[in-house]
Each structure stands twice: as C-alpha cells, then as structure tokens.
Design a protein around this ligand. Sequence first.
Ligand SMILES: Nc1ncnc2c1ncn2[C@@H]1O[C@H](COP(=O)(O)OP(=O)(O)O)[C@@H](O)[C@H]1O
Ligand SMILES: [Mg+2]
Length: 503
Amino acid sequence: MKFSELGLSDSLLSAISSSGFEEATPIQAETIPMVLKGEDVIGQAQTGTGKTAAFGLPILQNLDFDNPNVQALIISPTRELAIQTQEEIYRLGKDEKAKVQVVYGGADIRRQINALKSHPQIIVGTPGRILDHISRHTLKLAHIKTLVLDEADEMLNMGFLDDIESIIKQTPEDRQTLLFSATMPPQIKRVGVQFMRDPHQVKIKAKELTTDLIDQYYVRVKEYEKFDTMTRFFDVQDPEVTIVFCRTKRRVDEVSKGLEARGYKAAGLHGDLTQARRTQIMNEFKQGKIDILVATDVAARGIDISGVTHVYNYDIPQDPDGYVHRVGRTGRAGKHGVSITFTTPNEMDYLHEIEKLTKVRMLPLKPPTEHEAFVGQLSNAESDIGELIKKTNTEKYEEMADKLLEEYEATDLVAALLNDVTRDYVKVKITPERPLSRRHHGSGGRGRNNNRHGGGGHWNHRGNSDRNSGRNRGHHSNGGNRERSHKDDHHSGSKRRFTIKNK
Ligand SMILES: Nc1ncnc2c1ncn2[C@@H]1O[C@H](COP(=O)(O)OP(=O)(O)O)[C@@H](O)[C@H]1O
Ligand SMILES: [Mg+2]
C-alpha cells in the first residue's frame, strides 16, 4: 500500500520518502488511518515490521504546534528502544520541527530536566524514568492527547505493568490510547480492556514467516566441531554485520571470548550485563567497531539493528518461532541476508519442525575445510591490502621499505607480512551444552499451529542488485598449503586484518 493513500500530509510524505520507505507495511497501512482519526488501536505485528512509524506518523500529523504542552507520551521497555523510537520520530518530524525528547534511567537527570523545559511535544521514555520525572513535576501529562504503550509484551516481560498503570493514571481520561506489541499475551489484552476505549484490534497475520530475501542454510555438525566450523565459515564468507545466536549465557560468554581470541571483532550480549555495558556494545556494533554480536534470544529481542548481513545459529533454537525471530534480523527493508543454522545429528528433527513452520527448505552446506578457510582469509587480506595502501602515507615508510627490499626477496617479505595479518589458530574450547532432546514425530507439542508471534508479513522490496553479495564466495587462489601454527599466544587478538599498523 502506498503511503500517499493513508491521509498523511505532504511534509510527512516527503520525510517518509527521504527515509527510503517505499511502501507502507501492512501494520502501517491498517493502523495509520485509524490513529489519525483519534481512535484507540491495538496493533500486533512481528518485530521489524515498522510499528514505530505506524503510531509515530499520525502522532506527528495530529500535533498542535501552538500548544506548548506535552501532547504525546510513548512508553518504551528499554533505553535502547526508547532511543531508537525517539530517533525515528524525530527524523520523520524534522521538516515540521517537531520536538521529540527521550527520557531513560541511568542518564543524567539534570540534562533531561533542562531538555524537558524546552517544550517538547512528544516524549519517549522508559517507565521508571517517566515516573521519576512525574514525581519531580518536571513532566506534566495533564494535556496528553495520545498515549502509546510500545512493545507491550516486552514491558510485561520486564515487570513494568504496575509502573505503566501508575503512568496511565496521570494522564487525562479523555485521551487516545495505542498499544503495539509483537505478541499479545492475556495480561496485555487485559490492559487493553481496562484502559482503552473500544480499541480496534489489528493483527497482521503471518503470511510469509521468513522472506525470500534470506538464503537459509543449515550445517550438520557435531557439537565439539561447531566453533571451528563457524570460524571457517567466517573466513570463507567474510560476513559484514553478523549476529551469532547461542542458547545460554555461558555459551554467549565462551563463544564471544573465543572469537576475540581468534582475532575477530566480537562481543557478547546477554541479560546479566549492566545496562551501560549493553548500550556500549550496541553502539560499537552500530558503528562497526564490533563485527560480530553474540547474543541470547532474550538479549536480542526487540533490538532493531539495521543492515545485518548474516545470522549464524550456533545453537539451533528450541522453538520454531524463535527461529523466525532470529533470522528476521537480516533480510530487512529490501536487503539480502544469509542465515546458517548449525545442527547436531540428533537435532535434525528440530530443523524439520522449523522447515514445516516457515515452509522454506534450508539448503545443506558443507563445512569449509581448513584450507578453504585459509584461502578465504588470504582473499580477504588481499582486498584489505588495497584499502590499506590507499590509507597509508607511503613516504613515511619509503626508506625502510627500500632497505627491506634490498635485504630480502620481495616474495618472502610479503609472505611474512601476510602471515602476520592472517589469523593464528588459537585453540578454543567451548563447554558442551546438552543437545536438545530428541523429539518424536507426531508427539504433538510445538506444532506449527502454535505460532505465538502471530504477526508477520515483512515488506518485500526488490530491486536490490546485491542479491548475491552475501553468498558463499568461491575463493580461488593459489595461496598454497601453509602450515597453520597451533600456538596459544596472546597477541593473536591483534591479527585481524591490517588494523595493527593503523592505529
Ligand atoms: N514502510 C517501511 N519501509 C521500509 N522500512 C521501514 C518501513 N517502516 C519502518 N521501516 C524501518 O524498519 C525498521 C524496523 O521498524 P520498527 O518500527 O523498529 O519495527 P517494529 O517496532 O515493528 O519492531 C526501522 O529501521 C524502520 O526505519
Ligand atoms: Mg517497535
């Protein structure tokens, strides 16, 4: 559906097109006209389907710029989501100079209080900090026209229902209430019944659970071979923006540390980390300082990261819906993605359950050999070298370079440097996790009718020419068979690419 058919103003339409959105997603197409009319709406659709703009756009359109009061309040479960929502609405309302302020815990409250004094029309915040500002009288909700409970299921998971009730009680009765969520547990429905007026319920059905923009593969592998197999895939596929999913926190710690030891820019994300550390990791991932995010399902839920090129399921998810959630991190907004699921021999039934749910058959991949991985590394080094030469102030090194070239054969010299930039093999041991228990066919249980994550229907832009860019690249190079050193040294962490000399 075109955005222009939804009753949005020209300035919003132009902001939408500069955001690169071509078509409204199903949840946007259905809810925007209702929200514009001032009606209460309960919107349910899978993560990543554009729910923010579904409420953000009509809120922006309904703002009264002569009114100095806060007119809309959006409650968000986490600081990261609150920031993302603020950024998206700010971007969409920029032409109209809408003021959108975000408030969350763990940040300087003085600064927030000052910002609140400059009359923002829209506030996005986490429950605790909103209540804090209310009790300090630095946030007044008496003139709220629209209240949004965003990612309501996550707020329930995090135990925020009481806080939310307290906040709702501070808002005028005569308000518009919107509730958006990926899933709709009964407690959330009850919030709807209790605090909303004849809400319209919009549920986007899962027509297509995973988009055909994602190439989905599986690799049959023994538990103890997983780590080496995965890093070989990294070397061969050279993935750009990567998420690795693991079943447990311990796994996340061990796998992320193991990857770092082998010289990958990786970091682990799970629920035991402090909020500050999580924010730091997310920022570094977004800035490209970290290439590989290793996460549990819970830690990754709700976080919107754009541009993920590869999802590796180090552990196969227990639950087919979980799979849909995980691989839905890539193949977004018209971009192409790759997913690889490592499956131990007795977990094959789980793989088939997933295939039954998604109606997509995963293609088997053979683990790359050690040699293929090495050739992959060399080929990656080759392209990095080009970049590096461009960045290098050659003059500075000329004298030494000439001297070295006189002393050594050029080939020996380059080979030695290549040895230095390719990764050392560091032995990494990952504590074995018990494989999922064998499931028996026809035993019922997690059937495909058990789709908790109801919504679906990712938009499906085409026209991307990079359809093949993420595929398994066949590296053909005569790099020769080099003996890999099996030493357990400490400086191997610095051996990723040519970054060492770049500091
Ligand atoms: N109509 C659209 N077309 C393309 N991308 C969109 C569209 N609407 C939203 N997006 C983008 O999709 C991503 C996910 O949107 P978001 O609102 O966070 O999803 P949700 O809240 O449903 O999980 C964001 O980067 C957003 O900018
Ligand atoms: Mg959202």
